[in-house]
Design a protein around this ligand. Structure first.
Ligand SMILES: Nc1nc2c(ncn2[C@@H]2O[C@H](COP(=O)(O)OP(=O)(O)OP(=O)(O)O)[C@@H](O)[C@H]2O)c(=O)[nH]1
Ligand SMILES: [Mg+2]
Length: 298
């Protein structure tokens, strides 16, 4: 008779500078898109949980906003979310963009807690560089007490099996915290708002995207196969409102139809998405606005 294999589980906090690929990596690790991704820094604004359950282990990833010097109350909330996600973690997974390692990455590595939990560094975006660059980056991070340094690409999937094996090795014995089929703690309303924000980030340029917030006013099932969603896109200035709406409404149409497609896949039903654009000057510094848009401690 063989002894039943012990179950391992734990909370793995993903940290790193903005835009290094933290959300992309978490999505790739769990095989589902639970965190939005964009080419702009500071895409992720809150802690987002992504869970993957295997036969003998459960990995609970906490994706966090990119570490930066906050300039607004929203920024302060974002950095608070990073600290909160590090509280009680079982393992820290730092990410760096191997095609662009800077002194700021080194500062993040230096600031990680030493000795308490396993520390793993994933050098992401190896699809963009030659092998020598990976070796160089590995050497730059050699002195910060990482238990493992693993080259990966969230985009191609290269190195992810090795990363999974290493994380498993470092997880403590523990319970199954969440049901097998649970992938995230994000409520439907937030997932929908985030999808809309992702499309806005994708299509808007310059300073407009940073000042965008999305509020879902209602999600209503009007028929068995049709759900109506009303949402407001907030921006900070009159000029931004014009850009978001676009010529004859073209930009809002693009954002809306791409968001609708993703939301239909998520909810598995037809969706009628109605978008409004409103101006809320300086909402990123207004406590009540931040709360309305879901940026408060949960
Ligand atoms: N070539 C390449 N691009 C990648 C890879 N991983 C992520 N990206 C791209 O890098 C950009 C940033 O990805 P995100 O996952 O949003 O980065 P993040 O670290 O979560 O960023 P913040 O939420 O702003 O902190 C996006 O354009 C991704 O498509 C990778 O392995 N290879
Ligand atoms: Mg992110």
């Amino acid at each position: 008779m063989t002894e039943k294999a012990k179950f391992h589980s734990g909370f793995i906090t993903i940290v790193g500078l903005p835009n290094v690929g933290k959300s992309s990596l978490m999505n790739a690790m769990i095989g589902e898109k639970v965190a939005i991704v964009s080419s702009r820094p500071q895409t992720t604004r809150s802690r987002i949980m992504g869970v993957i359950t295997h036969e003998n282990d459960q990995m609970v990833f906490l994706d966090t906003p990119g570490i930066h010097q906050p300039r607004t109350k929203l920024g302060e909330y974002m950095m608070q979310s990073v600290r909160g996600a590090m509280d009680g973690m079982d393992c820290v997974l730092m990410l760096a963009d191997v095609s662009h390692v800077t002194a700021k990455d080194i500062s993040v590595a230096e600031s990680l807690p030493s000795g308490k939990v396993p520390k793993i560094l994933a050098l992401n975006k190896i699809d963009l560089v030659r092998p020598e660059a990976v070796l160089e980056a590995t050497a730059r991070f050699a002195d910060f007490g990482f238990d493992e340094i693993i080259p990966v690409s969230a985009k191609t999937g290269s190195g992810l099996d090795e990363l999974t094996d290493n994380l498993r090795k470092h997880l403590p014995e523990g319970p199954k915290y969440f049901p097998d089929d649970m992938m995230t703690d994000q409520p439907e309303r937030i997932l929908c708002a985030e999808i809309i924000r992702e499309k806005a980030l994708r299509h808007l340029r310059d300073e407009v995207p940073h000042g965008i917030g999305v509020e879902i006013l209602g999600i209503e099932k009007v028929r068995d196969d049709l759900t109506e969603i009303n949402a407001t896109i907030y921006c900070e200035r009159d000029a931004h409102k014009g850009i978001i709406i676009g010529k004859h409404g073209a930009m809002l149409q693009t954002i809306g139809s791409q968001a609708r497609e993703d939301i239909e896949n998520l909810l598995d039903t037809h969706v009628n998405l109605k978008l409004w654009v409103k101006i809320r000057p300086d909402w990123r510094n207004n406590a009540a606005d931040l709360k309305n848009l879901g940026y408060e401690d949960r």
